[in-house]
Design a protein around this ligand. Structure first.
Ligand code: AKB
Length: 339
């Protein structure tokens, strides 16, 4: 066998990567190759065939991976999140856009070399939306994928553009060449809401206020919330986000009516989160110290999203609603983590 068939995960040391590696390992026997600037923690490292320490901006490194492995699935998780991207917008563009272009080209060449479409799973974000005002946000209710696509952050612009890039590679790549070149990349994208994990604490995002609040209270530490009590955006638990990626990946292409799908599980206000945190983790002080600029970003994101397309096309159905997320996942999981 010239090259070993594997699944590739970029940004594998990040929050989603943690859950995805474990689930992929449980779900099947295809070896996993991971790529990240950071090393994998030991417990995850032993679950993968190989961890490549390096950058998605290094074409030579991607060529070496392509030479050694035959890849039929790519989970492209590597990205700089919204808050961090606002401090380094050009680097964010390079990582989030040029990095993604490198991986789409990588998948295209893999598809051309082994002749099968490469499944390309891409996590986009509610940051691809831009609600024109808080009034419109409060009136709009659950927004559909094609509404309000006017992001106001570098990260949001990156994600929306890469959604279009993926659709281009899947359906129109090199459309003027004599031989059709498209169809080698089977691009599938989920617009994730804020994600909450019991095992990891996020870094560099603007939806981080909720997981930060929960993890601080679990340790009995005070937390100053950087958004108003009425701030509202959609969220889901990490296990449900990983399940959604695997479910979309396993769905026959013919069943999919679009490239990009909204999903969510619940969208409580920051104050409703605070009440649940106090109910489950005791009343360590949670104060409000609004960061007006980060609040502005949260106000530009929808209060909730319409995920009827994901439910219809690939059976998306989160296991954890808000109460179950706390009672059955976060409380037991986080108490385990800080025991
Ligand atoms: C962020 O806050 O940047 C991310 C996201 C919502 O995409 N968690």
């Amino acid at each position: 066998m010239l090259r070993k068939p594997v699944v590739l995960i970029t940004g594998a040391s990040g929050e989603i990567g943690h859950g995805l590696i474990t689930r992929l390992r449980e779900a099947g026997d295809t070896p996993i190759v991971t790529l990240d600037l950071n090393p994998l923690p030991a417990d995850l490292n032993r679950l993968v065939q190989r961890h490549v320490n390096g950058s998605i901006l290094d074409p030579q490194l991607l060529d070496r991976v392509a030479a050694e492995y035959e890849i039929d699935r790519v989970f492209h998780l590597a990205a700089l999140l919204s808050t961090r991207s606002e401090f380094v917008p050009v680097t964010a563009h390079r990582v989030n856009v040029e990095g993604t272009l490198n991986l789409l080209e990588f998948a295209q060449r893999q598809g051309e070399s082994h002749g099968k479409p490469v499944l390309f799973l891409y996590p986009s974000s509610i940051a691809a939306y831009g609600m024109p005002s808080l009034a419109v946000k409060n009136e709009a209710g659950a927004v559909r994928e094609d509404d309000y696509n006017h992001p106001t952050t570098m990260y949001g612009c990156n994600k929306l553009y890469c959604e279009h890039l993926g659709a281009y590679y899947a359906g129109h790549y090199k459309q003027l060449s004599s031989e059709p070149a498209h169809g080698k990349v089977d691009f599938r994208c989920i617009r994730f809401p804020g994600l909450i994990s019991a095992d990891t604490v996020p870094s560099g995002g603007t939806s981080d206020f909720a997981p930060e609040m929960i993890h601080a209270a679990a340790q009995g530490k005070p937390y100053a919330c950087f958004v108003r009590p009425d701030a509202r955006i959609p969220f889901m638990t990490m296990p449900d986000s990983v399940e959604a990626l695997l479910q979309l990946a396993a769905t026959p292409r013919a069943k999919l009516t679009r490239y990009v799908y909204n999903i969510q599980a619940f969208s409580p206000s920051a104050d409703e989160f605070r009440a649940l945190v106090h109910k489950h983790f005791g009343d360590s002080p949670i104060t409000t110290q609004v960061d007006l600029r980060r609040q502005g970003i949260v106000d530009s994101w929808p209060a909730s999203v319409d995920d009827s397309a994901a439910r219809a096309d690939w059976g998306f159905a989160p296991r954890y609603d808000l109460d179950r997320a706390f009672a059955d996942y976060l409380v037991p999981g986080i108490q385990q983590r800080y025991r």
